[in-house]
Write a protein of this length. Structure first.
Length: 463
């Protein structure tokens, strides 16, 4: 199906095209990001999206079991024999419990959580990794490499170990990764380099290394990885009976999901498979708010591919001059320079979306509420729920509007910060835990100290 798919530069002044058989992570002519594009007239698509559901009856086929490749006609860059899958995408869209809906300000039955923590590595990254590994197989790669705050590296390491397809190499910033994610990386046998610096430093170095064709880059600069992440939204639509929600609210880190989701809905809309596109709302932490500053404060737009990149460069220069570095307890979105910022601006234009920022306290309060009412998520995930609450408070999301929040990772991805939130005495607040100053912890569930005495235990149980 090589004639169906091709790569294209997103820069409106360039639009150079390349074969899918090339491992390119930037346009060789102008340096801009690349898309995977399709001639869908050559693809046999179902007349309705519901046609994809029929594949659930044939789950013995690994491609139909995958929550990504079940929708293979919507990302038709690979032949079946090239697909690398480990059963990713077996995730759930769950209606939020009534108390959680009330917490964010939505009517019961109008708030849903897309829980990506059920992926094999515990995060949404597996959706993209299956597509990246598939393309790596197509181009004959031997080693896969990434920079990571944890989840990308965990997914890379797992795919490499489970598939035996590639050698795994990961770059992480020293002290910038949750131990739980580091444990996954080490346990799956990845060669791990701790770079002096943060994610952005590691990202710069990994791009330099990946200029050597022996190393296949799987960060979200890779346009094929983003193709896999489109499938998250296909599953959301499937779970809603192919209704299109009014709002999709998601955390904003490197902006790969933002880019992938906008592309997914744009393609479905142009194919006539959906009648309208949802609004994307991207949520930054106030401590890592580059996208908010650029898109909302500086008002930089996609502008049909003619982005004011000079304004972005001035913002980054100002960050460097003032020594501003991302700092948030939601480590998965602790990123200074999102590599997919340009594509994310496009997604905002396509979906008439927006960006907001929320403080870490609101992220952790939201996380505690998510946990209390049935699901555990990592801190970055809870930014989406805190964002819904913020947008309801601003009157942007209506209380009856169908809204989906993306929970990107499992609660066991970062337990130290969670335990710190729940166990710090209120009298000790504000206090620094896990390196962050927290002024309040509104929904603590502290362990109750009690003597080893039955009467004392029963008294404690009555309280």
């Amino acid at each position: 199906m090589a004639d169906v798919a091709y790569q294209i530069c997103v820069n409106a002044a360039c639009k150079a095209t390349y074969d899918v058989g090339e491992a390119l992570f930037a346009c060789p002519k102008c340096g801009s990001l690349l898309d995977v594009a399709y001639d869908f007239s050559r693809v046999r698509l179902p007349r309705k999206l519901s046609g994809f559901e029929l594949r659930w009856k044939e789950r013995k086929d690994p491609l139909n079991l995958s929550g990504v490749w079940r929708f293979r006609e919507l990302l038709p860059f690979a032949k079946k024999r090239d697909v690398v899958t480990i059963g990713e995408g077996q995730t759930l869209l769950l209606e939020a419990a009534e108390p959680l809906a009330h917490y964010v300000g939505l009517r019961p039955g109008r708030f849903f959580l897309q829980y990506e923590g059920l992926n094999p590595s515990g995060s949404f990254k597996d959706n993209g990794m299956t597509a990246a590994f598939t393309h790596a197989k197509m181009v004959g790669a031997k080693s896969a490499i990434c920079a990571s705050t944890g989840n990308t590296a965990s997914s890379l390491a797992l795919f490499a170990a489970a598939s035996g397809a590639l050698r795994a190499i990961v770059f992480i910033g020293r002290g910038k990764i949750a131990y739980e994610k580091l444990a996954q990386i080490l346990d799956h046998g990845a060669r791990t380099l701790q770079i002096e610096g943060d994610f952005d430093d590691a990202m710069q170095k990994v791009q330099e290394v990946a200029s050597d064709p022996r190393f296949y880059l799987v960060n979200s600069l890779n346009p094929f990885r983003l193709e896999g992440q489109k499938a998250i939204m296909f599953r959301v639509l499937e779970s809603l009976g192919w209704r299109t929600p009014r709002w999709i609210v998601l955390p904003g880190g490197n902006l790969g999901n933002t880019s992938a989701f906008g592309k997914a809905f744009q393609e479905l809309y142009e194919l006539g498979l959906i009648r309208r596109k949802p609004h994307l709302a991207v949520i930054n932490s106030t401590g890592a708010n580059t996208f908010y500053q650029i898109a909302e404060k500086r008002r930089v737009k996609w502008n049909k591919g003619k982005v004011n990149e000079a304004s972005i460069k001035r913002f980054y220069q100002r960050m460097d001059e003032r020594g501003i570095r991302a700092k948030t307890i939601a480590s998965a979105i602790e990123i200074n320079r999102p590599v997919n910022l340009i594509k994310a601006l496009r997604s905002l234009e396509w979906t008439r979306g927006l960006v907001r920022q929320v403080p870490d306290e609101e992220i952790f309060d939201a996380k505690a509420q998510v946990g209390k009412f049935g699901l555990g998520c990592e801190p970055a995930s809870a930014a989406a729920v805190a964002g819904v609450k913020r947008l309801r408070r601003e009157g942007i999301i209506g209380e009856k509007e169908l809204t989906v929040a993306l929970l990107t990772g499992h609660s066991l991805k970062d337990t130290g910060a969670t335990v710190g939130y729940h166990t710090t005495r209120k009298s000790e607040l504000p206090r620094v835990f896990a390196g962050f100053k927290v002024k309040r912890a509104r929904y603590q569930n502290r362990p109750i100290p009690v003597t080893n005495d039955l009467k004392a235990i029963l008294r404690a149980l009555k309280e």
